[in-house]
Structures are given as structure tokens and as C-alpha cells.
Design a protein around this ligand. Structure first.
Ligand code: GLN
Length: 537
């Protein structure tokens, strides 16, 4: 820690959702980090689920898992990918989590007979969760993103809490409001009124934003900036343009050009000199923007209509692609489509196939077909979690001739339950937070493809599953050419598979996509891209 006290930056959103608060927060964090400050980011979500682990991806996109096993909002993935840091349980707080904790305390008698109310009990709990992140962790800056849009009933306690924190910490608190400046094509104008209204709403709650970050399709000229500044009580240099970008990875540089970091530092009285060190970031971006070759990768999943469901996989491919100066054309294929007769035409021209994680039986036979196609045609293959389980099922059915072999998640009655439920899962009744979650390590078999990929004897990766390979069939699989290259010795869990007579066939029970960052593309995805390039040449 460089500063004498931790600074707290709160990012709220106005006018509409999906303005990219997560990316703006992560970009600001990147700029501050590049100036030598230690930074972390937190997301407060106003919904009542205790965490997004129980939410369908169609509702909320991907559920991101941290090292310590928290099931969190996908924005935490952006934070880790941009900052190359690890987040934890404490970086994502929902209304449900806050209420659960307050109600538990009430049942314990901790409130000594007092009436438990939104103010002060809920707001105090929220404040505690915000301050907890700053305490003892040596962070110079904690950025807290408030989910939802200002004016929503459900985010009110969060807004009230940050108002109080400004009162408590004064100089150490800064408010950034992300808003939209829509363009009306009929009149050919950018409009500031929605922003004025949104700031008025914030003012009603007692919050005067210090900085406005304005999402826009067209550049904001000086007059417009002057107008926004005048109507919203902010200085003109605090009106920051955030123009639509081709890639989220351009945003830190766009924010730097707009001097967002400099304005933040001057408002928080953080002394800065010179420029942030963004060399690594710029190098990555130049590879991303100027690729030398392209490859085609198919991503098979059952939620492909909502690309956010697989966002960490898509980003991991971008990181690994850039490292190889390669543009990865991702073909999003619905697994149900691969259940139709002519399915192979969909996979004909790809250089790599990924079968995605997932739950439940919809589209499962399409996933098994995709594995079969990759295995027979020797196309580089990566099966992640459910994807690995499908690869085991395919091998059982077509190589070991175990008719109708399956995972018991899909068919509990199968004669060949090659994927079965983990022992400790069998007795569980509750759904939320009860999977095998977070980081576990496994030993890597020497001489295996996995060892060539990682160049390590032990690895540690993040998990999120209830089912596993059924060791009862271990000999059958091994004697027919399947290699179990990563084994968790403590619990005898087969964490990874590969096939001997295939150029690149890897199934992993864990989620490598959660650990890929701009600075450290993940070795599994690098391996897939390299194998894909070989396949394409
Ligand atoms: N449904 C499978 C399990 O619970 C796979 C989970 C996943 O793909 N994340 O084991």
C-alpha cells in the first residue's frame, strides 16, 4: 500500500442497464494499477438470490467461480482478466447475502431486542461488506460497482449506504456515474436530458456524482460537455466520453485518453507523476487488432443464444489467440442442432471443437455427437466439465461398446454409469453453494499431453460440479487408450482425460476459462489454439 488511507470509488449506472459498468470499472482499475496503486473491485448486486449460482444462465449469463469457491457475477471475471488479480467471496455481495446475514444475527439475538430495520441494520451490513475489502488487505483503492440502474427500488439500500460512507469518510470517497447520451437519428442529435434526469434522481438520494462517464455512439463536442457539466453540477473535465469500442480491451486506453485516471487521482488527492505503464496491455492489443492468421473454433453449448453464458471461454480464446497473433473465429453452435441428422456439416470446416460446461439433459446427445466427430476426424478437442463428461460417455459407447452408457445426471437408470455422483454430494439436499466449488489441485502424469501443456507436475484449477468419472470403469478405459493425465490423489478423482491416438484431445473436469487473463493466457487455451493452427495448415 502506497497511500495513507484506502480510497473508495463507487460506480453507479443511470438511464439503462447494460452500459458496461463492469468494463468501465475494470478499465479504471487497470489504469490506477498501472500507476503503481494496489486496486481491487467489488460488485454489489441488488437481487435477492444469495449468489448467482442458482440462476439460469439465460437470466444472468455465466456464473463465475473464484479460487475460494464463491459463485459470483460474471463481472468478477472481467476484473480478474483485466487486473490479473484474484477476487474472492468478498468481491460479490447480493441483497440476499446481506439479508441472510442480518436475519442470522437477529436470530442469534445480536441486536439486543432492537427493531431490525433497513436503516441502520441493512445499510450497516452493506457498509461493513464494502469496508471489509479495504481492511488489512493493503489496497490503495477499492472500486465498488453497484448493479442495476439508479432509481430501481431494489438498489435503494445500496445507494443509501454509499451516501452514508461519503458522510463517514468524506475525502476518501468518490462517486462515478455511468450514463447514456443517446443519439436521435431523426434530429441528428446527441441528447443529454436522460443524463440530467438520472443525476437528478441521484441528487434526490443525497448523492452528487463527482464524475460522469457518458456512453455514446458519437464523440461529445465541447458544447455538449459544457451543457452536461452545467446541468449536472460537475466540472467540465469530469465529463468523460466513453465511445463505443470494437473490443472491451480498448476501453482502458480510451479512458486514459479521456484522462479518467488523472481526474480520479486529482479528486482523491492521489499524487501521480508521469504516465501509467501500459506496455504489456498495448502489446496484447496490437496483436489482437493486427492478427497474422485466423482459425475457426466451434463452441458447442445449450445457451449459445446468450453469449454471456460462455463469456470466460470466449475471452480465454481471445487472450490465447492474441498471444499467437491469431484471430479466433468462434462458431457458436447450439447442441440441439447437432442432434439432427446432417449435423456434421456444421463442424466441417472447423480447426477445433470445444464442448462447453452445463447442466441437465437438453442437447446432450448433440454434445456427444460433437465429441465423436472430433475424435474420429482427429480435430483438436477440448471438453470442459460437462464437456469432459460427454467425452467419457462417447468413448464408453463407441470404443468400449457399452450400449447407452451415460452420466447418471442424464440417465439415472443407465446400465453403464460411467459418470456418477461424487460421494459427498449424495447426502446433500440444498442446491445453493453445495457443488464441488473452487480451487483443487491435481497431479499431472509425466509424459502426458497435459504435462506438455502446463510443464508442471501439479496444477490447481477451479471446479463447479457434482458428478465425476466413475472409477469402477478405470481399467476398461485405460486399457483401450484413454489416459487419465490429471489425478486428485487425495480423493482419487480423475480430473482430466486425453486419448493416445489423437493429435490434441483434452477433457478437463475443471474450468480453465476462469483463470485466463490478458497478461497470462491459459496454457490449455494456448494449446488448443496451437493445435488448431497446426490443423488448419
Ligand atoms: N452437470 C455436471 C456436473 O454437475 C457438469 C457441471 C459443469 O459443467 N459445470 O458434474
Amino acid at each position: 500500500m502506497k497511500l495513507s488511507s484506502t480510497k473508495y470509488i463507487f460506480v453507479t449506472g443511470g438511464v439503462t442497464s447494460s452500459l458496461g459498468k463492469g468494463i468501465v470499472s475494470a478499465s479504471l482499475a487497470k489504469l490506477l494499477q498501472s500507476r503503481g496503486l494496489s486496486v481491487t473491485i467489488q460488485k454489489l448486486d441488488p437481487y435477492i438470490n444469495v449468489d448467482p449460482g442458482t440462476l439460469n444462465p439465460y437470466e444472468h449469463g455465466e456464473c463465475y467461480v473464484t479460487d475460494d469457491g464463491a459463485e459470483t457475477d460474471l463481472d468478477l471475471g472481467h476484473y480478474e482478466r483485466f487486473l490479473n488479480i484474484q477476487t474472492s467471496q468478498n468481491n460479490n455481495v447480493t441483497t440476499g447475502k446481506i439479508y441472510q446475514s442480518v436475519i442470522n444475527k437477529e436470530r442469534n439475538g445480536d441486536y439486543l431486542g432492537k427493531t431490525v430495520q433497513v436503516i441502520p441494520h441493512i445499510t450497516n451490513e452493506i457498509k461493513e461488506h464494502i469496508l471489509k475489502l479495504g481492511k488489512g488487505k493493503d489496497y490503495d483503492v477499492v472500486i465498488t460497482e453497484i448493479g442495476g440502474t439508479v432509481g430501481d427500488i431494489e438498489s435503494l439500500p445500496f445507494i443509501e449506504s454509499i451516501r452514508q460512507l461519503k458522510w463517514d469518510l468524506n475525502q476518501d470517497v468518490l462517486f462515478i456515474h455511468l450514463t447514456l447520451i443517446p443519439y436521435l437519428s431523426t434530429s441528428g442529435e446527441l441528447k443529454t436530458k436522460p443524463t440530467q434526469h438520472s443525476v437528478k434522481t441521484l441528487l434526490e438520494y443525497g448523492i452528487q456524482p463527482d464524475i460522469l462517464v457518458c456512453r455514446t455512439e458519437y464523440h461529445l463536442d465541447n458544447n455538449l460537455r459544457k451543457k452536461i457539466a452545467l446541468f449536472c453540477n460537475v466540472e467540465q473535465e469530469c465529463v468523460i466520453e466513453s465511445i463505443d469500442a470494437k473490443s472491451i480491451y480498448e476501453v482502458p486506453l480510451l479512458m486514459f485518453k479521456e484522462k479518467l485516471d488523472a481526474v480520479v487521482c486529482s479528486k482523491l488527492k492521489i499524487e501521480i507523476n508521469g504516465k501509467p505503464d501500459l506496455n504489456k496491455w498495448k502489446k496484447f492489443l496490437s496483436h489482437l487488432q493486427d492478427p497474422k492468421q485466423t482459425i475457426e473454433i466451434a463452441l458447442i453449448g445449450k445457451y449459445v443464444e446468450l453469449k454471456d453464458s460462455y463469456i470466460s471461454i470466449a475471452e480465454s480464446l481471445i487472450h490465447a489467440g492474441a498471444k499467437n497473433k491469431t484471430k479466433v473465429n468462434l462458431h457458436w453452435i447450439h447442441s440441439s442442432k447437432l442432434e439432427e441428422e446432417e449435423y456434421s456439416s456444421l463442424l466441417k470446416n472447423v480447426n477445433g471443437i470445444i464442448v462447453a460446461p452445463g447442466f441437465g439433459s437438453r442437447g446432450i446427445e448433440g454434445k456427444v455427437n460433437a465429441v465423436n466427430y472430433a475424435r474420429i476426424n482427429k480435430i483438436p478437442f477440448l471438453g470442459i466439465c460437462l464437456g469432459m463428461q460427454c467425452a467419457v460417455v462417447e468413448f464408453a459407447r463407441n470404443v468400449l461398446k457399452m450400449k447407452n452408457a451415460n452420466s447418471i445426471e442424464i440417465n439415472p437408470e443407465t446400465k453403464f454409469p460411467v459418470i456418477s455422483m461424487m460421494e459427498e454430494q449424495k447426502k446433500l439436499k440444498k442446491m445453493g453453494g453445495t457443488m464441488r466449488l473452487g480451487s483443487y489441485s491435481c497431479d499431472v502424469k509425466k509424459g502426458s499431453l497435459l504435462h506438455k501443456i502446463y510443464l508442471k507436475d501439479t496444477i490447481s484449477e477451479r471446479h463447479r460440479h457434482r458428478f465425476e468419472f466413475n472409477n469402477q470403469y478405470l481399467n476398461d478405459f485405460e486399457s483401450n487408450g484413454m489416459i487419465f493425465s490429471g489425478i486428485n490423489r487425495k480423493n482419487q478423482l480423475m480430473e482430466t482425460i486425453e486419448i493416445s491416438d489423437h493429435p490434441w484431445f483434452v477433457g478437463v473436469q475443471f474450468h480453465p476459462e476462469y483463470k485466463s487473463t490478458v497478461e497470462n493466457p491459459h496454457p490449455i487455451f494456448l494449446g488448443l489454439i496451437e493445435a488448431g493452427l497446426e490443423h488448419s495448415s
